[in-house]
Ligand binder design. Structure first.
Ligand code: NCD
Length: 290
């Protein structure tokens, strides 16, 4: 089974949430003994690549990491040929690529499970699943207001999370971004039948009613214009609920100043740890399904 986007059924999502909880308890296992996972990242990564690699090792398997700067990609090999080749060596491929839909295209030439680790401005489904796992652990999955702040146009994590949230009831979304960086229309339309989405609320007003503040960085590598990021300061959080959380997929820039880190509502490093358990669950699921 491939994992290419976050349009998953509720039963698969609930299964993965339960399995991630289980992985959090056991921390290591032997479920993927003798299995090999290959990571191919055409864009930089710290958390996504390392957590997948740590997970494979924690589950008893082995890893191959293709360094695209040193591989036949430099001789002009196509993505498809690289995938065909690596498929002979692996039981799962984790792929990140700068082009939207590149991972979906790659999946067409292999039977081996492919996991989308981010495809340009497209999707980042494993991040969305770990985000959901974090929300569930921190607040439960009841009715709530989630405010997404920052670069909603280019930030693939918010695209995937927003889509995933359509499977749950009682979610209200507030989008806060520069006009030029607003949530793409196709996603707004996908969400429309399921979720109330608002764009007419200021950050100062939104913060008072927000349960999850999901902050993203301006994706400078994908934008030609310079934008002033929204800064989530301790001052701003004074008017937030006592029981709410601040999330961020990381890496952060000035939008999340480090003096926020000691606030118990700052959940972004707990979010990183949750990624480990959710990706263990995902790997185990896709490899076994195959
Ligand atoms: C995100 C990404 O790569 O999309 N990072 C991540 O995977 N945790 C967010 C970002 O780069 O801004």
């Amino acid at each position: 089974m491939h994992l290419l986007h976050s349009e998953l059924s509720l039963s698969v999502i609930l299964y993965l949430l339960e399995r991630a909880e289980y992985m959090k308890k056991i921390k290591t296992g032997t479920m993927l003994k003798d299995k090999i996972m290959t990571t191919i990242f055409y864009e930089p990564s710290t958390r996504t690549k390392c957590s997948f690699q740590a997970d494979m090792l924690r589950l008893g398997g082995s890893i191959i990491d293709i360094n695209v700067d040193q591989s036949s990609v430099q001789k002009g090999e196509t993505l498809e040929d690289t995938i065909r080749t690596v498929s002979c060596y692996s039981d799962a491929i984790v792929l990140r690529h700068p082009r939207k839909s590149a991972v979906t295209d790659a999946a067409k030439v292999t039977e081996i499970p492919i996991i989308n680790a981010g495809d340009g401005v497209g999707e980042h489904p494993t991040q969305a699943l770990l985000d959901l796992f974090t929300i569930k652990n921190e607040l439960g999955l009841g009715s709530m207001t989630i405010t997404m702040v920052g670069d909603l146009k280019n930030g693939r994590t918010v695209h995937s999370l927003a889509k995933l949230l359509t499977r749950f009831c009682g979610i209200r979304l507030i989008y806060i971004s520069p006009k030029e960086l607003s949530m793409p229309n196709d996603i707004v339309e996908y969400l429309n039948p399921f979720i109330e989405q608002r764009t007419d609320v200021s950050l100062e007003d939104a913060i008072k009613v927000t349960d999850v503040l999901y902050v993203t960085r301006i994706q400078k590598e994908r934008e030609t214009c310079e934008y002033e990021p929204y800064a989530i300061t301790p001052e701003l959080l004074k008017s937030a609920k006592k029981k709410m959380i601040v999330m961020h997929p990381l890496p952060r820039q000035s939008e999340l100043p480090p003096d926020l880190d000691d606030d118990p509502r700052a959940a972004y490093f707990r979010q990183v740890e949750n990624g480990l358990y959710m990706r263990m669950a995902i790997l185990d699921y896709v490899v076994k399904k195959f």
